[in-house]
Design a protein around this ligand. Sequence first.
Ligand SMILES: C=C(O[C@H]1C=CC=C(C(=O)O)[C@@H]1O)C(=O)O
Length: 471
Amino acid sequence: MTVSSCNADFFVYNKELYRFLLAVQQNCIKNNYTQIASLALDIDWVDPLVVLDKLAQPNQVSFYWEKKGQKEALAAVDAVAKIELAGKDRFAKSEEFIKECVQNITSFSRTNQAFLGTRFLCSFSFFDQNTQPDYPFSAATVFLPRWQVAVKNERCVLVFNTIINTDTNIPRILQSLSQKLEIINSLESNSQTLDYSLPKFSNQSIANPQNFKSSVLSALEKIESKDLTKVVLADILDVRSNGHLNVIKSLNNLRQLHPNCYVFSHSNGKGQNFIGASPERLINIQEQHLMTDALAGSAPRGKTPGEDAAHASRLLNSYKERHEHSLVIDFITQRLSRLGLLPQVLAPRLRQLSNIQHLWTPISALVPADVHPLKIVAQLHPTPAVGGTSQEVAYREIRRFERFERGLYAAPLGWVDLEGNCEFIVGIRSALIDGDRARLYAGVGIVAGSDPDRELAEVQLKLQALLKALV
Ligand SMILES: C=C(O[C@H]1C=CC=C(C(=O)O)[C@@H]1O)C(=O)O
């Protein structure tokens, strides 16, 4: 049933919701505790990006996630519960936080929840501690949003999470829900208003290409001396606009330019946003069925079908690219096995994006009910698609060569629902937006046989894809 604040259904629901919330409150009084009530309501279809634009305030955390190809999108605004941490046990502590919250959630739902239900939004940084003291995101952030609007195909669900305790004014809570519904309903007609906006920047390059190439050369020496098999080196591109960058328009551009990628944005509630369009899924778990991707090894797309096929064939047959790729498969299968899972490696294929193509091997496994998604994230991050082999030496080299904080770049970003379904991506092809400034990140895998000029060209190609979307 679709709920609208201005039709009779809402008042029918209103009564039901009122009784539900009162019952939750009675329990709180009886047991002297606080609960989180999670209300999920079907609403008329609305574009979650428009919802984000309308509801998110600069001083509130928010999260946006879209898989255009799968007709899935989600906007989450403000938090009723949030944790920010750092350190080696950040995944374990985040898991504990989620489990504790889940125990305190009472749900009111009339919907079938697949992708649409209550979720925790999570971001992690590449390293377990940030070394740049003023880096604007914590090494781990997990929050349960106050407002969440999710769409899948033609369905749209609003989730409202709210704290209930002995003092909560229930009619006021319902009033606040009714007001939000009214705002969201009024947006419906606006969903087509976001057109492609012309980019502000083009053809800018990383500040010091020579430095990047000499880092690649030094990494190759390390690889030759057998200290290291692979390291992923990234670089940044800093740009400045003559006005505030528009995150919503940039996201809208990203989803149009990269419909096969995960388009995301995470705001820290202090004015900074981390946004991007990543092709790389870290894990997806649906009803205990896990899918993950080995994604590494790249070639450009061709301008003609013939040129494109030639690039693809070169990629598929290159010893160097396949070696770079197989290190990721080996790592993922080993790490999943460590958790007692039985990974199945599916047939290798190409992941073709608008500007670049990658070697791609999906890997599946069944996950026992007692293995939390964040345990798997902790095992898999960082795969050699963004870190290297061995991990310890790669970490050291990354810290040595890269003169910037990776922060959320190349790190897990995603959601976990109340049933343990989840999806995490790797935050590559991303940018940190701060007012009129943006810092763009992209990296490449270096293995024996890598050529500094070609690796530089690949970094530039990846950066341009993002740059073209920024407005
Ligand atoms: C680290 C990045 O890409 C990784 C993912 C796919 C292909 C890659 C490559 O071929 O180098 C990288 O391992 C990035 O885009 O920043």
